[in-house]
Design a protein around this ligand. Structure first.
Ligand SMILES: [Zn+2]
Length: 261
């Protein structure tokens, strides 16, 4: 069966480079990287009251997240919390033998690194950028302090915790019971919703890692989907050609995980 068609992937730690406005190449940073921001397209931040946003504003920084860049590795001490804008970030759970599967996907609707902040714990899973783009980040210690000072900030950001737990729960069901093709369709829809891009930079290898399957399985399914004109892909990336048909081919998890769209 397709879902047992697993493959061993290892994390290349040479790619592990937590971004920093001081360490990253200037070309990777937005022009406002060293300056406090005035607004954000991240829905959690834009949904804050003016008063709450103004309290956070001096500590918020705009950064560029590169494709396939690791933000955290498993058991890392939390350094920053990220609020993606155009970037899309994947969280992976890994086994000791290197096998891994994506357990959550976050874009402009949420935040990354939020749960450890409440638990005062280390990062549970490794986290990698799936689609390059912009994000707003804040030092975790500062945000933690702000949450203690202003309980209303915790109330405003709490829906992210609920959203995160719901996604983890749904993905565990999805990974167990739904076919690779259904999961691929669902993931493509979720990723496009979050990235807002018509064409996403994706490789079969990357999709296989996300779904926790052999790359040839992805290639075979993607070929079939391209023949049916659901998607198209080239070296430039992958685009969704017929969203309606893709939704019909996706599992019900898509609608469970995309209530805001
Ligand atoms: Zn599913």
């Amino acid at each position: 069966m397709e879902r047992f068609d697993t493959y061993t992937y290892s994390i290349d730690t040479t790619d592990y480079s937590p971004i920093s406005t001081t360490q990253a190449s200037p070309s990777r940073l937005s022009p406002t990287a060293s300056m406090p921001i005035t607004s954000s397209s991240n829905e959690l931040l834009s949904g804050l009251s003016h008063d709450l946003f103004s309290k956070l504003q001096p500590s918020l920084r705009s950064v560029f997240l590169s494709a396939e860049q690791y933000l955290y590795m498993q058991d890392d001490r939390l350094d920053y919390v990220y609020f993606p804008e155009t970037a899309v970030v994947s969280e992976f759970r890994t086994l000791d033998d290197g096998r891994m599967v994506e357990v959550s996907l976050t874009g402009h609707e949420g935040a990354v690194g939020f749960l450890p902040l409440f638990c005062h714990s280390r990062v549970t899973n490794c986290t990698q950028v799936s689609q390059a783009g912009s994000a707003i980040r804040i030092e975790s210690e500062i945000l933690s302090k702000m949450l203690r000072l202003y309980p209303e900030l915790g109330n405003a950001l709490a829906p992210q915790v609920d959203q995160y737990v719901r996604q983890i729960s749904q993905r565990s069901i999805c990974n167990m019971y739904h076919s690779v093709k259904e999961r691929l369709c669902t993931w493509l829809l979720l990723a496009q919703d979050r990235s807002g891009k018509q064409t996403m930079k994706l490789t079969h290898e990357q999709i296989a890692r996300i779904l926790g399957v052999y790359r040839p399985s992805v290639t075979c399914i993607a070929l079939e989907m391209r023949k049916k004109k659901l998607i198209n892909y080239s070296r430039g990336g992958l685009s969704i050609c017929d969203r309606e048909k893709l939704e019909e081919s996706a599992c019900t998890c898509y609608h469970e995980l995309a209530p805001a769209y």
